[in-house]
Design a protein around this ligand. Structure first.
Ligand code: GLP
Length: 256
């Protein structure tokens, strides 16, 4: 795991953008798992600008949706699918046939989750996962406790997640209580992972993610045992309690 601490949100988004463009340039047909939430939006704007400046071509990327509320049609204003299309797929000019939706409105969501995993495996697995960090350490909607081999499945949202997701849709009463999430076993098998974390409210959970015990109770801490994970944080999220030397002793491959 590498931790890159940037001065502020914009610098963090640029730094994650550098990394993602370099990955896509090397592998233009990469399979990408795409998070929504507020944190990656700066990164996605950064990518859209760079694509407009012809710094890379995203038209061959294959996109997989990370998570979705249960029972929402794709055109429901709260659907994470719609948010992913508006913020990532459309600005990058990715053809719709390259996008794999996680169908939270399926009659049999568990079977749909299993089929989704088969599609990922048939594509050769996830090359790069773009993730945000939930306030309780969840990744996607893998609520704690989440076992490392957990499949893509239906989950009950915790009150922490319902509260934090209320900000997207104007109140917690708008937030569905259940979701379909890509499971930890797919996330942890990604060839590369970029985790973006911003803001002082993520400080405690970020430190538990990168330097706490590896435990299903903090699903993001399982990334410590995964290959090629880069954590991009801004200084507000990392805090200044630890000296540069202390952080480097903790995580040797750290850029501060
Ligand atoms: C949400 C989503 C996650 C997202 C996380 C962080 O609940 N299910 O996919 O990464 O919480 O969101 P934010 O970046 O807005 O803090």
């Amino acid at each position: 795991m590498r931790l890159i601490v940037a001065d502020d949100y914009d610098a963090m988004s640029q730094s994650a953008g550098d990394e993602l463009v370099s990955i896509i340039t090397k592998r233009p047909s990469a399979s990408v798992l795409v998070a929504t939430g507020n944190t990656p939006m700066g990164l996605y704007r950064e990518l859209a600008n760079r694509r407009q400046n012809r710094q890379f071509d995203a038209s061959r990327l294959r996109v997989f949706q990370l998570d979705e509320y249960l029972g929402l049609a794709p055109d429901d204003r709260r659907s994470l699918y719609g948010w992913m299309l508006r913020s990532f797929v459309e600005p990058l000019g990715i053809p719709s046939e390259n996008v794999v939706r996680l169908p939270g409105d399926s009659d049999d969501p568990d079977a749909a989750g299993a089929a989704f995993e088969e599609t990922i495996l048939a594509a050769g697995g996830i090359d790069v996962a773009i993730l945000g960090l939930g306030p309780n350490g969840h990744l996607g909607f893998n609520e704690p406790p989440a076992e490392p081999d957990s499949p893509t499945r239906v989950v009950d949202l915790t009150s922490a997640s319902i509260d934090s997701n209320g900000q997207y849709w104007g109140g917690t009463e708008q937030v569905p209580r259940r979701a379909l999430t890509t499971g930890m076993r797919i996330l942890l098998a990604a060839r590369q992972t970029l985790l973006v974390v911003s803001g002082a409210h993520k400080r405690d959970i970020l430190s538990r993610t990168v330097s706490g015990p590896i435990t299903p109770d903090v699903p993001a801490s399982l990334l410590q045992a995964a290959p090629n994970v880069m954590v991009f944080a801004d200084r507000a999220a990392w805090g200044s309690d630890l000296s540069r030397q202390a952080v480097q002793a903790l995580l040797p491959a750290t850029e501060i």
